[in-house]
Design a protein around this ligand. Structure first.
Ligand code: SF4
Length: 489
């Protein structure tokens, strides 16, 4: 059972812990680099194909189209939700509406109780993580087993995912072999065939014994009521077809209107997530087993999850609902790459997590996450949906200040700064004093440039890990007035 990710030490303590864990940082950087390299290669390949008219568009064109599709869908979300619900019912499925995480759990518990279910197998689903599904059902005596290899690893470790796409990104092979070995009751080697063979043999029995299969949805096509699952291990297909009941937990933002629209977003997701043109398995599920069909579930339940999403509709943050959960923004984020996922304290880490965790929950309780960014904009560049994550982070910081929840020390410094900027005489005097006060800490480098090192007091937090440029020996005003005197201005 995973612990409540937010019920842990404060953000700074979590960051310090992550920064001190060289193994974690090495594992995260290794995989993030790998994903980024593969993504860049496959995007370049797509662009080349598009130039030869062998693809439906370049990456930039698909990005523009995908944004148009999502903008349109979000604007008419009520219509497309009704349409999707109608199609799912026509296909023989049952639709449930969940306003909150508790609603999802209640609905799932009712299904489990009616079916007298004792065992659930689950494929990878961030929506189920969001509602702490495993935790809730296990409390009711139902065994929940993760079938995605990465999710299975973190379930054994009693952790939450450290990455949206690669949940066990922070684990080394040795750690995984030790965990699997503890379940197997024997020592396992770290080679891929041994580890995957163990997982396959263990999980196959769980698939066959499960009473309910639970999945998420990467997309749901409104015009046909089709649930789309993108996986590489085939566990999604087994989860949704072997147990007699399939329950899909679907965030309401996962809708795309048509199958044609699906082709566009599908052109972006695997490329951005894992650097693949298409994943090994792509499942399209349109209803439960039909009369005469040899297999498939007897019941299909789709639980549409809101849990704060509708609050974003029509707001300045609506764009965040375009996210297709590819994880590309995590892989390029200098903060995520150094602290990994758990330090964020949310099941959605990285730049997108720092935006949606406060928005889907309560900004007042998550004021620290929007600060976890250098605002370099790499996340926006990498995002296949072109979400302006860095701008939303700035906006959330402003909201935090407006709520009176900003760090009091930082607020005092900024107020002093503002007062000085409004009074030129004070500003000039402060600059002169700062220059004199900084002088003892300024060191000359071999190339002649100067840097300030080991500043005292609150400035030490900066110079402990970075250099600080010294205040210029002559201010801009002084140099400007010199130029005026020389008649050059
Ligand atoms: S914000 Fe963009 S890059 Fe990040 S997970 Fe969502 S779609 Fe991917």
């Amino acid at each position: 059972m995973a612990a409540d990710p937010h019920n842990v030490p404060d953000f700074k303590t979590r960051i310090a812990k992550a920064l001190g864990d060289e193994r974690l940082r090495g594992a995260v950087r290794y995989t993030a680099d790998n994903l980024r390299t593969k993504r860049n290669a496959v995007v370049a390949d797509l662009n080349e194909q598009a130039a030869q008219r062998m693809a439906i568009g370049s990456f930039a064109e698909l990005r523009r189209q995908a944004r148009r599709i999502k903008e349109h869908t979000l604007k008419h979300l009520d219509y497309y939700l009704e349409q999707a619900a109608e199609r799912i019912r026509q296909n023989g499925g049952t639709v449930h509406w969940a306003g909150s995480a508790a609603d999802v759990v209640r609905i799932a518990e009712e299904i489990a109780e009616r079916r007298q279910a004792k065992r659930v197998i689950k494929s990878k689903s961030m929506a189920s993580e969001e509602v702490m599904f495993n935790h809730a059902l296990e409390a009711k005596g139902v065994e929940v087993v993760e079938s995605d290899l990465g999710e299975y690893i973190i379930q054994l470790a009693h952790e939450t995912p450290a990455h949206i796409v690669i949940p066990a990104i922070h684990k080394t092979r040795r750690q995984i072999a030790d965990m699997f070995g503890a379940v197997a009751g024997r020592e396992l080697t770290t080679d891929t065939p041994t580890l995957t063979k163990f997982a396959r043999e263990t999980l196959r029995k769980k698939f066959m014994a499960a009473d309910i299969g639970v999945s998420g949805a990467n997309f749901l096509v409104a015009e046909s009521g089709t649930i789309c699952l993108v996986t590489n291990e085939g566990n999604g297909r087994l989860t949704t077809s072997v147990p007699p009941v399939h329950v899909a937990i679907v965030g309401i933002e996962k809708l795309v209107p048509t199958l044609e629209d699906l082709a566009v977003v599908l052109g972006l997701l695997p490329r951005s997530a894992t650097g693949q043109k298409i994943t090994t398995y792509f499942n399209m599920i349109t209803g439960p087993r039909r009369p005469g069909e040899p297999d498939g579930p007897e019941e299909l339940h789709v639980i549409f999850l809101d849990n704060g999403r509708t609050n974003l509709l029509g707001s300045k943050y609506e764009e965040a609902l375009m996210c297709i959960r590819c994880g590309a923004c995590l892989n390029v984020c200098p903060v995520y790459r150094n602290i990994g996922g758990h330090a964020y304290g949310s099941i959605y880490p990285g730049p997108i997590g720092s935006v949606i965790s406060p928005l889907l929950n309560d900004l007042g309780a998550w004021t620290d996450l929007p600060q976890a960014s250098s605002l370099c904009g790499a996340c926006h560049e990498a995002c296949p949906m072109g979400i302006h994550l860095h701008e939303h982070l700035v906006s959330l910081r402003m909201d935090t200040v407006a709520m009176g929840k900003a760090d009091p020390g930082f607020t005092r410094v900024m107020k002093l700064w503002m007062a000085a900027w409004r009074r030129p005489a004070i500003y000039r005097m402060a600059a002169k004093l700062g220059r004199v006060a900084m002088r003892p800490f300024v060191k000359k480098r071999a190339d002649g440039t100067e840097v300030a090192e080991s500043l005292p007091g609150p400035f030490a937090a900066w110079t402990n890990t970075r250099n600080f440029p010294p205040i210029a020996s002559r201010t801009f005003h002084e140099r400007w007035s010199d130029l005026e005197k020389e008649g050059k201005r």
